[in-house]
Structures are given as structure tokens and as C-alpha cells.
Design a protein around this ligand. Structure first.
Ligand SMILES: NC(=O)C1=CN([C@@H]2O[C@H](COP(=O)(O)OP(=O)(O)OC[C@H]3O[C@@H](n4cnc5c(N)ncnc54)[C@H](O)[C@@H]3O)[C@@H](O)[C@H]2O)C=CC1
Ligand SMILES: O=C(O)C(=O)[C@H](O)COP(=O)(O)O
Length: 336
């Protein structure tokens, strides 16, 4: 059994070797048809495009991605080729919540937003969006939800994207990237969406860059249709739009989900899926690296930013936007 593993999946070395005969570690972008040809399984992150071009003619039977998002996997092709795939639902939702909590505190502290009298619009209310909903209620915010797939299942308490556009002071995107079909999210926030806004909201995107049309949000920033933006995910990563980086309140290199806890969850879940598929015994324990027990302020508003402040990641990206991937690859230990 041969497995190719993305070398940015932490905590896996020493465990996968006991579950396979041969293990090769590579950067996500270095997976080629030649290399995967005689592999049985690929354990990836988002940087490996798992499509016909990579997989055709290979003996790959299983792909596990140590991430929530799976838009880098061509699921139609996998179905056609009989390849089973698995992602890690919810693995780093807590890290994204930590990021959004810190962002909301910064909006209050530095932009004068009164959270208790603000309305937050959540677009996509799944693992991450549900946690943001709970967080916003904890902060006494009014919350509106938009999730057409859930609404179409007959679930209640959802509204249209237009109502979110008209009533919200902050709008946060938490959908998967869906490129086509009735629930398409590619450029969900386009010029039409920005034209509908009534309250000059702040826009937060931690979903996928392509969910927001870059030119449309730049126009909205230039014309002050929005008060500002917090962008963690970008179109065309790692070659991101520098003008957008200059203009946002906070811009980070796709690290909202990068807590050590989230990564440990992902590694455990991807290994469990691998073991289930190949009928291997699950005999491993994965935990994030321990950190010293710092003394944190009892005041929540202060403590949240002591534990994690996105300005740190924003400053690093602004100083070296060309190091987008390196900043992610060498990300410092962050606990939830
Ligand atoms: N920036 C980062 O580091 C991270 C980014 N992500 C991104 O966040 C996305 C969401 O994560 P989860 O909440 O765990 O996914 P999830 O699958 O649990 O929830 C997504 C929700 O979006 C809804 N949705 C689908 N199409 C929609 C549409 N057209 N309009 C509105 N809602 C729609 C779904 O019904 C579902 O409830 C992931 O797919 C991934 O792309 C996830 C983790 C970390
Ligand atoms: O889980 C996801 O989905 C994410 O976007 C990850 O947090 C980031 O994944 P990588 O780009 O590091 O594979």
C-alpha cells in the first residue's frame, strides 16, 4: 500500500507509516500524475487539485483531505473513476469562530461598532456558520441567516440574501465554493449584491475567495458602499489582489482555520476515514502541541484578543504579500 501525503499535514508522521507500506511526503502542489500513478491513497490539503488530469490512469482508490472545504476535489470525476473521497467536516470550525470573535472585538474597539446594537448576517449556516450564530447571540447581536439549501429542506429561520443586504451592519460568508447549479456560490457577492446594501456594512469572508467578486468588492470599497472588509480568503491565491489587501481593514493569508486544535482534529479525522476505507485498525492518538498556560485577562473582550489577534497575521501579510504560502506553511502555534 502506497500513500502520498501533503507535507503540511501535521501530527501524521510516525502514524501513517504504520498503516501503509510506503509513504511519500510532498508539497501539495507537487503531486503529479507520474507520482500518484502507483499510489493507493492520497492524503491532501486544499493545494492539490484532485481531478482527471492528476488521477486518470492511476490506481488511487481513496483521497482524504485534511480540510473542511473540498472544492479542490472533482467529485464528479471521482464518482466516474470509482475513487472514494473524504473531507473533515467541522474540523477547524472552532478556529474560524476564534478568528471571527477576534474580528468582531476589533470592529468594536477600533471601528466603533456597537455590537449589541448591530445586526450580523450569516451566509451559509453549517458547521462554521452555526458557531458564528451562537457567538453573535452570546454578544447580544441581532442575527439573520441565509442558507437556501437548508431553507429548501423546510427548515425555518432563514431569509433571503437581499434581506441580509438590506438589514445587516456586518455580513459574514460561510458557504462552500460551489461553481455551478442552483446553489452556486461563485461570485455570490457580485455587483448586484453590493448595490443592494443599505447600511454600509462590513464584509467578512473566511469561506473561499471566489465567493466574492474581487472587482465588485473593490468598487464597493472605493465607492464606500461598504464601510470595510475583512478578507482571509482570496481569489487566485497565492497571487492575491494587492489593491484589495491595501484597502481592507484586515487581510490574512487563509489562516482563519489554522489553530493547532483544528489541524489535530483534521489529521485524526482523515486517518480515521483512511482506516475505515482500508479496513485498518485505528490505534492512534493525536493531540495538538501543548502551550504554556498563559495568564489571560478575566475580561472576555480583552482575553479574546490576547489569545489571538488577527492584526498579527495581517501585518505579516502586508509586509510580505509575496510570501502568502510561506506565511501559511510556517504558521505559528495557535491554540483555541
Ligand atoms: N478560511 C479558512 O481557513 C476556512 C475556510 N473554510 C470554508 O468555509 C466553508 C464552510 O465551512 P462549514 O461551515 O464547515 O461547511 P458546511 O458544509 O458545514 O456548511 C456550509 C453551509 O453553507 C450552505 N450553503 C450552500 N450553498 C449555499 C448558498 N448558495 N447560499 C447560502 N448558503 C449555502 C450549506 O447548506 C451549509 O449549511 C468551507 O466549505 C470552506 O470552504 C472552512 C474552514 C476553514
Ligand atoms: O478547512 C478548510 O477548508 C480550509 O480552508 C483550511 O483551513 C485551510 O486548508 P489548507 O489550504 O491549508 O489546505
Amino acid at each position: 500500500m502506497k500513500v502520498i501525503v501533503d507535507n503540511k499535514i501535521p501530527y501524521i508522521q510516525g502514524i501513517i507509516e504504520q498503516l501503509a507500506d510506503e509513504v511519500i511526503y510532498l508539497p501539495g502542489k507537487a503531486f503529479t500524475p507520474e507520482i500518484v500513478k502507483d499510489a493507493d491513497a492520497l492524503l491532501t490539503r486544499t493545494r492539490t487539485q484532485c481531478n482527471r488530469q492528476l488521477l486518470e490512469g492511476s490506481r488511487v482508490k481513496f483521497i482524504g483531505t485534511a480540510t473542511i472545504g473540498f472544492d479542490h476535489i472533482d467529485t464528479e470525476y471521482c464518482k466516474e473513476a470509482g475513487i472514494t473521497w473524504s473531507n473533515c467536516p467541522g474540523c477547524n470550525a472552532g478556529a474560524v469562530e476564534q478568528y471571527i470573535h477576534a474580528v468582531l472585538q476589533l470592529l468594536q474597539r477600533e471601528k466603533g461598532i456597537d455590537l449589541q446594537h448591530s445586526c450580523l448576517g450569516i451566509v451559509g449556516v453549517g458547521h462554521v456558520g452555526s458557531r458564528i450564530d451562537r457567538l453573535a447571540k452570546h454578544l447580544n447581536m441581532r442575527v439573520l441567516h441565509n442558507d437556501p439549501p437548508r431553507a429548501d429542506q423546510g427548515e425555518e429561520d432563514f431569509c433571503s440574501l437581499q434581506q441580509i443586504a438590506e438589514e445587516c451592519d456586518i455580513i459574514s460568508f460561510h458557504t462552500p465554493l460551489i461553481k455551478e447549479g442552483i446553489y452556486k456560490t461563485f461570485h455570490l457577492a457580485d455587483n448586484d449584491f453590493f448595490r443592494q446594501l443599505k447600511k454600509r456594512p462590513y464584509i467578512i469572508n473566511t469561506s473561499r475567495g471566489e465567493v466574492i467578486d474581487t472587482q465588485a468588492i473593490l468598487t464597493a470599497l472605493n465607492e464606500r458602499t461598504i464601510s470595510g472588509a475583512v478578507i482571509d480568503v482570496w481569489e487566485n491565491e497565492p497571487d492575491i489582489n494587492r489593491e484589495l489587501l491595501d484597502k481592507v481593514f484586515i487581510g490574512t493569508p487563509h489562516i482563519a482555520g489554522y489553530s493547532a486544535d483544528g489541524k489535530a482534529n483534521a489529521t485524526r479525522m482523515v486517518l480515521e476515514a483512511y482506516c475505515r476505507f482500508f479496513g485498518k485498525e485505528m490505534n492512534f492518538k493525536i493531540a495538538p502541541t501543548e502551550t504554556p498556560h498563559d495568564a489571560y485577562d478575566p475580561n472576555e473582550e480583552i482575553r479574546i484578543l490576547q489569545q489571538y489577534n488577527p492584526h498579527r497575521d495581517c501585518e505579516a501579510l502586508r509586509a510580505h504579500p509575496e510570501r502568502f504560502e510561506q506565511l501559511r506553511g510556517d504558521y505559528p502555534l495557535r491554540r483555541e
